[in-house]
Write a protein that binds this ligand. Structure first.
Ligand code: NCD
Length: 301
């Protein structure tokens, strides 16, 4: 049985297969609408979510499965009575054919997988990982016709706590020689473990302090919000690197702008109709990628 825990588990062959399957599901959704008939899949969210939970739930329903859900699991499940995550998952895996879970603990998905008798899908674990987001980010890059080898990507904003950035970095490392520009304030710099990971996988990491430091023909700008919920220190003042029309005018027609959403002020709404601004497309792609992931994992495990 396979769990979807971290981007370290993926290789080129698997990613090619998953993205081809996503293309096929997107082209012919009717072919897949009964593929998970009779299955029950749980969505357990211990942290807030809009896109991840609802796109997973839409994906579950579009494949013909049924969904049971706890959207506010920290208060509305027995976690509020002190039940351990392990006990909750043991019980839930007896009711279902798969568990989609978001949790504030970095190690929660691994802990759940150890005790679960059905596949666990990590829908975000603390500041650690968000593998299904990274898959939809890469799929969006693929849909633009870009090659994954030698890709140049600026990750922008909260590189310290941003789990989407952490997972994207691991996924980019699957391919040949990514060049990653890290644009953040010093308080929110990328942790050393990810810089080391990139180097180990023959990618280049270049820390930056301004959009002026980025090449004008960079492939992808990936902006993120400051993860305010993950820190309390008052000296860590949030610092947004705001992308607006003027900033976008510095970059080539082939530079795409991504964001996992939700955004705060870091992308000005005046770029929403720029054809290079793909964050809403990216969010829509999430449902199709998650359909492919559920289909492949639950049927072919
Ligand atoms: C992200 C998350 O939850 O990590 N959102 C998402 O899943 N689309 C990013 C964020 O909350 O900033």
């Amino acid at each position: 049985m396979k769990h979807i825990i971290s981007c370290e588990q993926f290789d080129r062959v698997y990613l090619d297969h998953l993205f081809q399957l996503t293309d096929d599901i997107m082209d012919k959704p009717e072919k897949y609408m009964h593929s998970l008939d009779g299955k029950v899949i749980a969505t357990m969210f211990f942290e807030p979510s809009t896109r991840t939970r609802l796109s997973f739930e839409a994906a579950i329903l579009r494949l013909g499965a049924k969904n049971i859900s706890t959207e506010n699991a920290q208060e509305a499940s027995s976690a509020s009575k002190g039940e351990s995550l392990e006990d909750t998952i043991r019980v839930l895996s007896g009711y279902t054919d798969g568990i989609v879970m978001r949790h504030y603990d970095k190690d929660a998905a691994v802990r759940a997988a150890v005790v679960s008798s059905v596949p666990v899908f990590n829908a975000g674990s603390g500041s650690g990982a968000h593998p299904t987001q990274a898959l939809l980010d890469m799929y969006t890059i693929h849909k633009c016709g870009k090659s994954f080898d030698h890709l140049s990507v600026a990750v922008v904003g909260d590189l310290l706590f941003g789990r989407t950035v952490h997972s994207l970095i691991k996924l980019l490392s699957v391919y040949d020689h990514a060049i990653i520009y890290g644009l953040s304030s010093s308080h929110f710099a990328l942790p050393k473990e990810y810089i080391d990971y990139l180097r180990k996988h023959n990618s280049t990491y270049i820390p930056c302090r301004s959009f002026d430091d980025l090449p004008e023909d960079i492939d992808v700008i990936y902006n993120t919000r400051t993860q305010l919920e993950r820190f309390t220190e008052s000296d860590l003042a949030p610092r947004e690197f705001v992308v607006n029309k003027k900033i976008m005018s510095r970059f080539s027609d082939n530079t795409i702008l991504l964001h996992p959403l939700p955004r705060n002020a870091e992308i000005s709404t005046d770029v929403d109709d720029d054809p290079r601004a793909l964050y809403f497309k990216q969010a829509h792609n999430g449902m199709w990628v998650r359909m492919a992931l559920l289909y492949d994992t639950i049927l072919n495990g």
